[in-house]
Design a protein around this ligand. Structure first.
Ligand SMILES: NC(=O)c1ccc[n+]([C@@H]2O[C@H](COP(=O)([O-])OP(=O)(O)OC[C@H]3O[C@@H](n4cnc5c(N)ncnc54)[C@H](O)[C@@H]3O)[C@@H](O)[C@H]2O)c1
Length: 283
């Protein structure tokens, strides 16, 4: 997709972080932007800010883990703008502890938003995008954690590996049917956003009761991740690299050069029959 002006972008998780920066970047390209997020007030604020720059926006409060709500998002998009051209499946959260101490609720919430949110969005938008026969693109936000292995963050890591497989398969299938809709897989490294405070949007019914989650200390790891996120690249840089990839028709969008080393090591482990190793990062 080279010419973005006047086209319609749909961004999930648009109230904060990478999603908000993607929405701003799309608006700056002259796109009309549908902004979807579960955090209603933050979303209204974000949409107002972008509308004030003269862009046409539509803000829809949506829990992407709900198929019905995502279908409604697609209907609202069609009612307002007639079509969608660029679909960013970006909303994401992370929860859980060591794998054997992560609860069914940790899994349900994380997979519900990260994986099912993407499944629902593709099902709700892509058939209509294909039927119109126009050029389009689906951008799925995975993570460097969706390309490499390691300890901790297991629930999140599994959800992101699933998204990598999902995006690669979607790309192959759209190619096989000769579609004008392409796919990009966004795998950011640490990015300065509110991802470490994802629990702010966790629904009551999926919160662990006191004592429900085994109390295994991973605090050192959580603090390490928070420090890395605070020191990460800006969400604006990630959004800018993503739109560049959309223009170039590039599939993999890697924002941290260190990711390549992790991918290489993982592939060599597989090819050489080596057991995966992991070095605990030291501050
Ligand atoms: N920040 C990083 O270091 C990093 C690294 C790799 C990948 N990512 C991925 O980037 C994506 C964006 O996250 P971010 O870092 O900008 O974090 P963020 O918390 O700043 O933004 C995430 C947005 O998703 C929204 N959201 C959460 N649950 C939702 C739901 N059920 N329905 C709709 N919206 C929901 C939140 O309200 C928030 O606005 C996520 O998929 C995340 O996994 C982030």
């Amino acid at each position: 997709m080279k010419d973005l002006k006047g086209k319609v972008a749909v961004v999930t998780g648009a109230a904060s972080g990478i999603g908000l920066s993607l929405a701003r970047a799309c608006a700056a390209e002259g796109m009309r932007v549908v902004m979807a997020d579960v955090e209603g007030e933050a979303l209204e604020r974000a949409a107002r800010e972008i509308a004030e720059t003269g862009s046409e926006t539509l803000a829809v409060t949506v829990d992407v883990s709900s198929e019905a709500e995502v279908r409604r998002l697609a209907e609202r998009t069609t009612e307002r703008f007639g079509a969608a051209h660029l679909l960013f499946c970006n909303a994401g959260v992370g929860a859980g502890s060591l794998l054997w101490a992560s609860t069914a609720k940790d899994w349900e919430w994380t997979l519900g938003v990260n994986l099912w949110g993407t499944v629902h969005a593709v099902n709700a938008f892509v058939p209509a995008m294909l039927a119109r026969g126009e050029e389009g693109r689906v951008v799925i936000t995975s993570s460097d954690a969706g390309l490499v292995g390691g300890p901790f963050n297991g629930v999140y890591r599994v959800s992101k590996h699933a998204l990598t497989a999902y995006a690669e398969t979607l790309h192959h299938e759209l190619t096989v049917v000769g579609a004008k809709v392409g796919v990009s897989l966004l795998c950011p490294g640490f990015t300065k956003t509110r991802i470490c405070d994802a629990g702010r949007n966790r629904p009551e019914r999926l919160k662990n009761e006191p004592g429900e989650a085994a109390n295994i200390p991973t605090q050192g790891f959580d603090d390490f991740i928070r420090a890395q996120v605070d020191r990460g690249v800006s969400a604006e840089e990630v959004a800018s690299e993503t739109l560049k990839a959309v223009r170039e028709g590039r599939f993999y969008v890697i924002t941290d050069p260190g990711t390549y080393e992790g991918v290489r090591r993982r592939m060599e482990d597989i090819l050489d029959g080596r057991t995966p190793a992991f070095e605990i990062p030291r501050e």
